[in-house]
Design a protein around this ligand. Structure first.
Ligand code: ATP
Length: 309
C-alpha cells in the first residue's frame, strides 16, 4: 500500500485544485518558508478525520478553508482527497485503490466519502486501524512532534508503538468488549434487581392467579348455566307458542262458526221482525175493521129499535 495522490482544493493556502502525484518511493517537497509544505501534511491529517483545529495549526475548523489573499477572494469550502494503492489489500476493503475524501463548507456542513460513497468518520478510522496511517498514526509526524513524542507521557508513546505493532485493532476490540461486558454486568445487576422484585411479588401474584383461575372457572360455569337456562326457556316458550297457536286456530275456527250462526240468526231475526210488522199491520187493520163493524151494528140496532117502535 502506498500514497498515490493527494487532491487539494480550497484547503489552507491551496485555493486552486492541485494534484500531488506520488510514486512507490520517497518524495520530498521543497519550497521557501511559508510556501505551504506543512499544509500538505495537514491536508492528509485532516482528510483522515483530524478534529482538533490546534493540531492543524488553526483556531477553529473553518480556518482550513482558503481565506483569500490580496488578489484572490476567500472560498466557501475546502476539499481534500487522498488516493492509496491497495493492491496488497492492507486496507480491509475489496478495492485495489481507495480514495478518501473530506469536504467542509463555511456553513459548517461537512462530509466524508470512501471511493465517492458518503460514509461516517468511524468507517474511515476503522479502515485505517493498525496501518499507521490513521490521524493518530506514526506515519504523519508534524514539525516539533518528534520532540513532543520523546518528552511526552509514556502512555502517548505506547500508543505509537501499539499502532506500529498492529495491535490497536485488537486493543479497540478488547475495549469495546470490556465496555460491552460492563454494560452486560450492569444489565445483569438490573435483571437481578428485577428478579428479586418479581420474586417478592410472586406470593401475592400466585394468590391473585388462584383467585383469577377460580373466577374464570365460575364464569365458565355461569356461562354454561346461562346457556342451559336460555335453552330451557326457549323450549318452554316454543311449547307455549305451539299451544297458543293451536288455541288461536281453534278460536278462529269457533269465531268463523259463530259468525256464520250470527249471520243466520240475524237473517232470521230480520225475517221475523218483518213478519211481526206485517202481523201488526194486519192486526191494526182487523181492529179498525172490527170497530167499524161494531159501529155499524150499533147503528143497525138503533134503526131496528126505531122501526119496532
Ligand atoms: P515552513 O517552511 O516555514 O514550515 P511551510 O512551507 O511549511 O513553511 P506552511 O506552514 O505549510 O508553510 O504554510 C503556511 C502558509 O499557509 C501561510 O502563508 C499561510 O498564510 C497560509 N495559510 C494557512 N491557512 C490558510 C488559509 N486558510 N487561507 C489561505 N492561506 C492560508
Amino acid at each position: 500500500m502506498y500514497l498515490k495522490n493527494i487532491e487539494v482544493q480550497g484547503f489552507k493556502s491551496f485555493a486552486q485544485k492541485i494534484n500531488f502525484e506520488f510514486h512507490n518511493g520517497i518524495t520530498g517537497i521543497v519550497g521557501p518558508n511559508g510556501s505551504g509544505k506543512s499544509n500538505v501534511g495537514d491536508a492528509v491529517r485532516w482528510v483522515l478525520g483530524e478534529q482538533s483545529a490546534k493540531q492543524l495549526r488553526g483556531g477553529n475548523m473553518q480556518d482550513v478553508i482558503f481565506s483569500g489573499t490580496e488578489t484572490r477572494k476567500p472560498l466557501s469550502f475546502a476539499s481534500v482527497a487522498i488516493t492509496l494503492d491497495n493492491q496488497d489489500h492492507q486496507l480491509p476493503v475489496e478495492f485495489n485503490e481507495v480514495t478518501v475524501t473530506r469536504r467542509l463548507y463555511r456553513s459548517g456542513e461537512s462530509e466524508y466519502l470512501i471511493n465517492g460513497s458518503p460514509c461516517r468518520l468511524r468507517d474511515i478510522n476503522e479502515m485505517f486501524y493498525d496501518t499507521g496511517i490513521g490521524k493518530e498514526g506514526y506515519s504523519i509526524i508534524g514539525q516539533g512532534q518528534i520532540d513532543r513524542i520523546l518528552s511526552g507521557k509514556p502512555e502517548e508513546r505506547r500508543e505509537l508503538f501499539d499502532e506500529a505493532a498492529g495491535i490497536v485493532k485488537y486493543k479497540r476490540r478488547k475495549n469495546a468488549a470490556v465496555k460491552k461486558l460492563e454494560e452486560e454486568q450492569a444489565n445483569l445487576v438490573r435483571v437481578t434487581d428485577i428478579l428479586s422484585e418479581l420474586t417478592r411479588q410472586l406470593g401475592p401474584l400466585e394468590r391473585q392467579s388462584r383467585t383469577a383461575r377460580i373466577y374464570m372457572a365460575k364464569r365458565e360455569e355461569l356461562r354454561t348455566l346461562d346457556v342451559n337456562l336460555f335453552l330451557l326457556e326457549n323450549e318452554h316458550n316454543t311449547m307455549l307458542l305451539t299451544e297458543l297457536s293451536e288455541k288461536l286456530e281453534n278460536a278462529k275456527h269457533d269465531l268463523s262458526e259463530n259468525q256464520e250462526a250470527y249471520e243466520k240468526t240475524k237473517e232470521e231475526f230480520e225475517r221475523l221482525e218483518k213478519e211481526l210488522a206485517e202481523l201488526n199491520q194486519r192486526t191494526d187493520f182487523l181492529r179498525e175493521q172490527a170497530q167499524n163493524d161494531a159501529m155499524k151494528r150499533q147503528q143497525l140496532t138503533g134503526q131496528a129499535d126505531v122501526l119496532r117502535e
